[in-house]
Write a protein of this length. Structure first.
Length: 427
């Protein structure tokens, strides 16, 4: 089918301008001013809206195989489509974990059957995804994955991480690192800050994150292995990465919307405020914002981690760690960062759609002739309230419930096919 998207504010080459975009056979066939509608099967007037490359989230838990009672590939990818995402990188804490080609294929079969957006599964760093086991067969798996991660577990031994980096460096595949020194956790479950001390909670110190980052950066310098830091939450980590980049090391990183907009002053006695790493102090939140602005932090990822209501209903102490984020990331960041003038809309699109694809060499990310028609049409005008009961995800736990926001995908396309369209009623 040939379709013409007419009159939208189109993000292209770092700026927005009012253009028409033609689609044919799943790709963008033309971009220009006042393209004639003759010969198109469908002409869609998108003049009230903004057209951007579909967002790419490089840190998502889709829970299949093994944990389909929390989320399914079908529901998680639909949640992504609703949030404007057309590409998701799936974390490996599954059963079985993708620590071999047969285990990876089991995951890929579900993705091929049920996903409505593109999904790129990571391979495990260690057998069993324990952070301690023997290293997996990277060489056989490398062509099938964007990188290797044990997300949820930090690699505890320096020698093991060094060995992994030495083998991955010639393959050009990044270590995607969950940095957490388990010897420093001491049973903690929220940030070791004022809220924890005032309310009798066990705290997680910042060093448990930045200490492993510091170690790993030494190993990156030694091995030359590409290295991506997951869910950065501390000011010390931001500064370590800033210095590493200044030295020319092949280092990238991500943070999440909740770390950019919340801190431990916002905590409530509710499991929807519990995630790993935890919400840190105000100084950390502000440092993350500065890092996002100056490019130290490359991209925003959600760490979408659905659990059941029962698993998240036991307060800060008893609930499992993890919140959902695919359906709230863009509106929260647009409302809290773009509208106040802290970040431009173009800069946000770069960090949610363009830079993630550059880091992991994923297709798409630009609105140019010949590129895949993986696109999101955004309504920036309507204000609405975040209501978890309306989520497509099976997970409902979010610290953003009840927030008034602006910015939502009204249509998401993958290969030119509509995979999400906002209903005529409801938000």
């Amino acid at each position: 089918m040939k379709e013409l998207l007419k009159g939208g504010m189109v993000y292209r080459q770092g700026a927005f301008s009012r253009l028409d975009v033609a689609l044919e056979g799943g790709v963008i066939s033309g971009v220009g001013v006042s393209i004639s509608p003759d010969g198109f099967d469908r002409v869609a007037d998108i003049s009230p809206f903004y057209l951007v490359p579909g967002f790419a989230d490089v840190h998502v838990h889709l829970r299949e195989p093994g944990f389909s009672y929390k989320e399914r590939v079908a529901t998680g990818t639909l949640a992504g489509a609703r949030g404007g995402y057309t590409a998701l990188c799936a974390m490996p804490n599954l059963q079985p974990p993708p620590d071999s080609l047969p285990h990876l294929r089991a995951q890929q079969e579900i993705i091929a059957r049920d996903a409505v957006v593109r999904v790129y599964p990571y391979g495990c760093l260690t057998v069993g995804q324990t952070g301690r086991g023997e290293l997996v067969d990277y060489e056989s798996m490398a062509p099938c994955v964007p990188g290797f991660s044990d997300d949820g577990k930090g690699v505890q031994e320096e020698a093991r991480m060094r060995a992994a980096m030495k083998r991955l460096a010639p393959l050009g595949k990044p270590v995607v690192a969950h940095c957490e020194d388990e010897s420093l956790l001491n049973g903690g479950y929220i940030h070791d800050g004022e809220y924890a001390r005032a309310h009798g909670h066990r705290g997680i110190c910042s060093r448990s994150e930045w200490g492993q980052v510091e170690r790993d950066l030494r190993l990156v310098e030694e091995t030359g292995c590409p290295y991506h830091v997951c869910h950065v939450s501390t000011k010390e980590t931001v500064e370590l990465i800033r210095r590493a980049k200044a030295e020319g090391l092949p280092v990238t990183c991500e943070t999440a919307p909740h770390y950019l907009t919340l801190c431990d002053e916002d905590l409530q006695e509710d499991g929807r405020f519990k995630m790993n790493p935890p919400l840190r102090g105000r100084e950390d939140m502000l440092a993350l914002g500065r890092g996002l602005l100056d490019g130290t932090i490359d991209c925003v990822a959600t760490d979408h981690a659905p659990h059941t209501a029962e698993e998240k209903g036991k307060g800060l102490a008893g609930s499992l760690m993890g919140i959902v984020g695919l359906e709230t990331a863009f509106p929260v960041l647009y409302t809290r960062l773009v509208l106040p003038g802290l970040l431009t809309l173009g800069e946000l699109v770069e960090r949610m759609a363009v830079r993630p694809r550059e880091i992991f060499r994923l297709p798409g990310g630009s609105i140019e002739a010949g590129e895949p028609a993986d696109l999101a049409v955004l309504d920036l005008a309507e204000e609405y309230t975040i209501d978890p009961e309306r989520f497509c995800s099976m997970g409902r736990s979010t610290p953003f419930a009840g927030w008034k926001v602006r910015g939502q995908a009204v249509r998401t396309m993958v290969n030119g096919r509509t995979v999400w369209e906002k209903p005529l009623t409801g938000k």
